[in-house]
Design a protein around this ligand. Sequence first.
Ligand SMILES: *[C@@H]1O[C@H](CO)[C@@H](O)[C@H](O)[C@H]1NC(C)=O
Ligand SMILES: *[C@@H]1O[C@H](CO)[C@@H](O)[C@H](O)[C@H]1NC(C)=O
Ligand SMILES: *[C@@H]1O[C@H](CO)[C@@H](O)[C@H](O)[C@H]1NC(C)=O
Length: 234
Amino acid sequence: MKTKVWLSTVFTLILQPIGIHGFASHDITTRISNKKPLLFAYYNNRGDAFFPQEDMELLHDRIRTLKVSILEDELKRPPNTSTSPTELVQNIIQGLLHPFDPLPDAGFRLILRTATKKWKRRILHSVGANDDADAEIVASALGAAIGRPDNQFAILVGEGENFTVELSEPLNFGDECWLECRLRDKNTSKLLVITGWNLVLEDGMWLVDNIDWQDFRESFRPGIGREEWMRDTW
Ligand SMILES: *[C@@H]1O[C@H](CO)[C@@H](O)[C@H](O)[C@H]1NC(C)=O
Ligand SMILES: *[C@@H]1O[C@H](CO)[C@@H](O)[C@H](O)[C@H]1NC(C)=O
Ligand SMILES: *[C@@H]1O[C@H](CO)[C@@H](O)[C@H](O)[C@H]1NC(C)=O
């Protein structure tokens, strides 16, 4: 129980300064909990937790280090001006497969960060959010929606077949680019899904403007042609 108190206090301290609400991460839990708890909270008579001063300094030190390493991890992610179309798609797919690394919902935030305005608006509407909704909340809603067990997109977050990724050469038209990404069953190589990615160049960075989705799996209305990824209910 004491460990829990310690952990949740750390989460609050870490996550508030960098603007994350709520947490549900395995990865971050592991990151912290494989270290021996540093200190335990005391309680005042209103039930608020507090820590002895010298412990606090140690704790702040450790949090600072952790926070910097986490921020560095997120900042290395696209979009940036040196990310190619192929790398962008690979990064998003990898990000979705490990959506809680390096931070809760990081993979879902990556979808939002790498979206054009138009695509972002579509994503927001697909989870019932309005245009100025808080990104953290949307990312978390998006995660819940994609990960629903019978959802065809759950494959992207590792809740379906294990797959390998096959990327086409990007077709580059100046400031627009198109590429196809095929998901094949890891075991049988059977084609499961073809996704088509439209990217556009904005301020020197490739962003996703639309993704379409053609499902070849029996259980997901195979062969009815390409649909925009967001249009299906999730
Ligand atoms: C840009 O993103 C790529 C991943 O596509 C990453 O490897 C690289 O470190 C990033 N560059 C900067 C300057 O952050
Ligand atoms: C995917 O691979 C993992 C580990 O190799 C395995 O435990 C899991 O059952 C596989 N999932 C499916 C749906 O085949
Ligand atoms: C993988 O394929 C082999 C036959 O090719 C089959 O025996 C095995 O059960 C499959 N494994 C999974 C996890 O689907």
